[in-house]
Design a protein around this ligand. Structure first.
Ligand SMILES: O=C(O)COP(=O)(O)O
Ligand SMILES: [Mg+2]
Length: 225
């Protein structure tokens, strides 16, 4: 049954971590490389999963706070984290099942695609290229592209501008309440995947228009052209 969106869809803006690619292993490895440099104990993947989705700054700050380490370690941590992530980007990451099929279905429905993530743009573009997904997107924006990150609506509004689409005609696809809150504030329809991180909380409790277990289900939600 197609979703009753208020306007026909012209574009989709898709989140990266937890939606297109499972990057939990990369985040955990880069944070643990940083903690090693700082002489702090390692963290496990489950803990890291709760901190993903609000950008690298938040990820590092939340990890230091979790370990009871002083916030003054942040600048050194930032440098160590960035160089570790640059080095291992994609090594422990895998594209979720159904992603290629879902992207093809959105394109077949005539939608232009953008990837919008809170991850630094440099890392996002390299990861999408490495995983063979870059070709699907007209544009890719990272958490450093605009003045504010999701859940602020600004990055979605700027991405709509870049795609020349109205927010009401632009579907947001994400994995967390961060994506949903940004979409609601920007007046974009929003579908959430059920397999992502969502800050360690059940995603179905989030206010969204629909939930999918795989991007492959998106095609069936769209009106046929
Ligand atoms: O927190 C991050 O760095 C990435 O988050 P996102 O791709 O889910 O926006
Ligand atoms: Mg995400």
């Amino acid at each position: 049954m197609p979703l009753a969106f208020r306007a026909p869809l012209h574009a989709a803006i898709i989140d990266l971590d937890g939606t297109l690619v499972d990057t939990l292993g990369d985040f955990t490895a880069a944070l643990n490389a940083m903690l090693d440099v700082l002489d702090l104990p390692a963290v496990d993947a489950q803990t890291v999963g709760r901190f993903i989705g609000k950008g690298s700054e938040h990820l590092i700050q939340a990890t230091l706070a979790h370990l009871g380490a002083p916030a003054s370690l942040y600048p050194q941590g930032w440098d160590a984290y960035q160089s570790a992530y640059r080095e291992l980007n994609g090594r422990w990451a895998r594209v979720y099942p159904g992603v290629e099929e879902g992207l093809r279905a959105l394109q077949a429905a005539g939608l232009r695609l953008a990837c919008l993530t809170n991850k630094p743009g440099e890392f996002a573009r390299a990861l999408l290229r490495q995983k063979g997904l870059a070709h699907a997107f007209d544009c890719v924006f990272g958490g450093d592209a605009f003045e504010r990150k999701k859940p602020d609506p600004l990055p979605l509004l700027k991405t709509c501008e870049a795609l020349s689409t109205a927010p009401a005609a632009t579907l947001v696809v994400g994995d967390s309440r961060n994506d949903a809150a940004a979409a609601r504030a920007a007046h974009c329809p929003v579908v959430l995947v059920t397999y992502g991180y969502n800050h360690g909380e059940p995603v179905r409790a989030v206010d969204a228009d629909a939930f999918v277990d795989s991007l492959a289900e998106l095609g069936a939600l769209l009106p046929r052209r």
